[in-house]
Design a protein around this ligand. Structure first.
Ligand code: MTE
Length: 300
């Protein structure tokens, strides 16, 4: 599988030129600093310092395994992630049950170091490994009438103890507008720090949409449906006035119960300073055009 290093996409590096520039700069950097620089090529040329592995994998939201932040790390080992099949159906040319191994053999895995901003006003920086959702959708062949992509998490209460409790309606469901799903920033992640993604982070494959609040990034996906109707989403169904479909990170639109102006980086210790939250989580240049003319206070 090919591997292309990319960095924080506040720069132009969603484009091939940008990726090329990064590689060149990395090579130039290595030439200058010698072998000692080899340990950190993926981090070169980004202002983002990835959060520690232990933090990313032990402070989680995955309600199928409990409601506490440390419940998923404690409980998710019960999940069987192999074999894994993803049903792709709805408005596609080639609907079917796709074996994950087959999918992975056809996709280009890249590293993407992204900001991750939860609606609860905490944040991390995660070095994901994954592929662009667009490549998977292209493989299935999206029909012209499709306007949205719906996704569903596995429903297997015998392995996901939280699903025995009606905390929210199971299975967890999420969705994107088709142009959001096709955006080059939108990935399906299968790894973190170059290792297989741990169960508690959504193994074996989860969505990552870095400009939206974390709850859009649905874990352990088993079904992807192309549709012409805005699909239902779990948190909107649970608390409709607080969580709407778009869920774009926006420091100017407060949650009904708290401000979204700042965020608490996890892993910096309890005295870590809060940081200002960025419009579209720092990916404004790449995604603002998707929402041109939309009232983001209404469509939040
Ligand atoms: N996906 C499923 N299936 N179940 C969940 O409870 N939680 C969401 C999202 N995806 C969730 C989910 C929320 S609220 C957040 S903030 C992120 O996953 C957390 O991802 P992380 O634990 O990898 O940081």
């Amino acid at each position: 599988m090919a591997k292309r290093w990319t960095n924080d996409l506040t720069h132009a590096d969603v484009t091939p030129e940008g990726a090329f520039l990064n590689r060149r700069q990395i090579m130039a950097g290595l030439a200058g600093i010698g072998m000692a620089g080899l340990a950190a090529p993926a981090r070169a040329n980004t202002d983002l310092e990835p959060t520690d592995w232990d933090v990313i994998t032990q402070y989680n939201n995955f309600y199928e395994f409990g409601t506490g932040k440390d419940d998923p790390a404690a409980n998710a080992h019960t999940l069987t992630t192999s074999p894994w099949t993803i049903k792709i159906d709805g408005m596609v040319d080639k609907p079917g049950d796709y074996a994950l191994d087959d999918i992975m053999s056809k996709m280009t895995i890249e590293e993407r170091i992204y900001r991750f901003r939860c609606v609860e006003a905490w944040s991390m920086v995660v070095p994901w490994n994954g592929f662009e959702l667009k490549d998977l959708l292209d493989m299935a062949g999206v029909k012209p009438e499709a306007k949205y992509v719906a996704m569903e998490t596995l429903f297997r209460p015998e392995e996901m103890p939280g699903q025995n409790v009606p905390f929210i309606e199971w299975p967890y469901v999420e969705g994107l507008r088709l142009d959001e799903a096709m955006n080059p920033l939108t990935i399906m992640a299968s790894g973190i720090y170059g290792k297989d993604i741990p169960n508690q982070n959504g193994a074996p494959l989860r969505l990552v949409v870095p400009w939206k609040y974390g709850y859009k990034s649905i874990k352990s996906v088993v079904r992807i449906t192309l549709t012409d109707k805005e699909p239902p989403t779990s948190w909107n169904k649970a608390i409709p006035n607080e969580y709407k479909f778009y869920s774009n990170v926006n420091p100017e639109v407060d949650h009904p119960r708290w401000s979204q102006e700042t965020e608490r980086p996890i892993g910096g210790g309890i005295f870590a300073k809060r940081k200002p939250t960025l419009m579209f989580n720092g990916y404004e240049k790449e995604v603002a055009s998707l929402y041109e003319g939309m009232d983001l206070r209404k469509y939040f």
